[in-house]
Each structure stands twice: as C-alpha cells, then as structure tokens.
Design a binder for this molecule. Structure first.
Ligand code: 3PG
Length: 306
C-alpha cells in the first residue's frame, strides 16, 4: 500500500517525519513528491498510489484518472476547491479535508496583516491602532472564530455573519451577529474574509460591498483570491483613497494595484497562512491518521464527497 504525499509547497520536515512514522507503523510505504515543477509530475507520480495527501495541489480529473489504485485523497487543510470532487466520486475515490488543523496559523496571520496595514507596512509614516476598532468577520468557521477571539483580546469589537450559523451560535463564539452583508461591511473598520471559494462566492466581493466600508477601512483576505472581483476592488480603491486591501493570496492585478495605490495594498509573495511548523504537523499528521483509519476501520469522518 503506497501513500503519496504530493506538495508543491512542502510541509515542514517535522511534519513529513510524523507522517512517515504513522504511515510506516501502519505497514504502508510513503512516497514523497515535493516542489514539483509541473502538473505532469503529479499525474505521473499517482500511477501506483493507493492514497494521496496534498495541500493546495490540484487534484484534477486527469490526476484521478491516472491513479487506478487510488482509494482516498486527503487535502491536509481546510479549503478543498483544489479537489475535483465529481471526478473523485466517479472513480470511487473518497475525498477528505482536515478541518480546523491549520486554522490558528491562518488566524494569526490575519491579525498580523491587520496590524501591518494599521502601521502603514512598518514604514515611519504615522499609523493607527486596532484597539477600539470594529472587526467584521465574513464566515465564522474555525478560522473566523479564532480571528474574532484574538481581535477581541486586542481590544477590537467583533461582529460576524455566517449563513450557516444562528445568531446564538455566533454570540457563543464571542461575536455580535449581523444579519446582512451590507450591514457587516458598513460597520467594519476591518473586514476579514473567511469564506471558501465556491461557485456562489467566486467574484462575490466587489465594488458595491467594498465601498460600503467606512472611512479608512481595510479589507483583509486570507481566504481565496478568487472570491474577489478584482476589477471591482481596483475601482473601489481608485474612488476611495481611504480604503486599503491586504491579502495572503495575491490578486492577478497586484502590480497594477501597487503601482496606483502604493502602501494601501499589500499581498504576501506566496500563500503563507498555513505555513507554520505547527499547522503543517497538525494538518499533515491528521491526514495520515485519517488515511490509516480509513483503510483499517473504514472510517469516513471528514469525507467531502458523501
Ligand atoms: C487551507 O485551505 O487549508 C489553507 O488555505 C492552506 O493552504 P496550503 O496548505 O496550501 O497552505
């Protein structure tokens, strides 16, 4: 039984060692494909894999079709927009994620990005403080709740909107529930996005919503670049010289934005929200354990394509 770990952006060495231990103790073989240059490398590597662990690597229909022995693919992380679930289902492959395992790392980065922008990208220009400001959280899941708790500890007022939660559940998570997106955006000095990329959310954050934000507001995106309508963002930033945008997921029009708006826009050079040793270990080892309990006990907890 071969478990392939295919990561264009590799896990920390300690995470790989932990995955290896779990896989080998179960009597399976571990294969590693790291920093691969081309999707064709992944297609070739899955030929004899029974199980696959990935991060944001693209598990396309082509990958699944090239893996006749594949029974399970685990996305070590939360967002699974990189998995072709219908293709997995069509080939009898169980697809899972590891929800919550890297959430703290992403939440810490969201807070760090807010402070980085408040302090004008650590330049000597006079900045502002986040204490006393209002943070709006769009989607109050594992990451959103942690961002809210950290922001509250820093003295921010926290509001949240989540279509899958009741107002009571949002209050129990430490935030004030808000009923509409317009209300959330209009009342937030900082707006932190934690929505997945789905057909419903892709391109959903654009000019109309962004320009609802109050004077001096900052939009923080540690979710997915695809949820932003980039032309709408550009228009909003051009019309409203007080607004800022910060992202862990560089927009395609980043160069144009930075040229026009300078220190009002920042994006990390490579998606780094989950790039901590702790998050790699949590998510990587969880993925390995989920594979072993799937093969040994038939456990399908966290299956996405049920
Ligand atoms: C996730 O969805 O879990 C995060 O975006 C992390 O993605 P990564 O594993 O590619 O860093």
């Amino acid at each position: 039984m071969k478990v392939l770990v295919a990561t264009q952006k590799p896990f920390a060495a300690a995470a790989v060692a932990g995955i290896r231990q779990i896989v080998e103790e179960a009597g399976y073989e571990l294969a590693l494909l790291e920093k691969y240059a081309d999707q064709a490398d992944l297609v070739a590597a899955v030929a004899d894999a029974d199980a696959l662990i990935v991060r944001s690597d693209k598990v396309t229909a082509e990958v699944v079709a090239a893996a006749p022995k594949l029974k399970i693919v685990v996305r070590a992380g939360a967002g699974f927009d990189n998995l072709d679930l219908p293709a997995c289902t069509a080939h009898g492959v169980v697809a899972m994620n590891t929800p919550g395992q890297n959430a703290n790392a992403v939440a810490e980065l969201a807070v760090a990005l807010m402070i980085y922008m408040a302090r004008t990208q650590f330049t000597p220009a006079t900045g502002s403080e986040i204490q006393g400001k209002t943070l709006g959280i769009q989607a109050f899941g594992n990451v959103g709740r942690l961002v809210g708790a950290k922001a509250a500890a820093l003295g921010m007022k926290v509001k949240a909107l989540d279509p899958f939660l009741t107002p009571e559940q949002i209050r129990a998570g430490g935030a004030e529930p808000v009923e509409t997106l317009d209300e959330l955006y209009a009342g937030s000095d900082y707006l932190s996005l934690h929505i997945p990329a789905t057909p419903q959310t892709i391109g959903s954050i654009g000019y109309e919503l962004i320009t609802k934000m109050p004077k001096g507001a900052t939009l923080v995106n540690t979710a997915r670049k695809e949820v932003i309508d980039e032309a709408g963002l550009e228009k909003a930033l051009a019309e409203r010289p007080d607004l800022k945008y910060v992202a862990d997921v560089a927009p395609d029009n980043l160069a144009a934005l930075q040229e026009q708006f300078g220190l009002r826009v920042f994006a990390t050079p490579k998606k780094m929200g989950a790039q901590t040793a702790e998050a790699n270990i949590n998510a990587g080892l969880a993925a390995a354990r989920q594979i072993v309990s799937f093969f040994k006990d038939g456990c399908t907890k966290f299956q996405l394509n049920k």
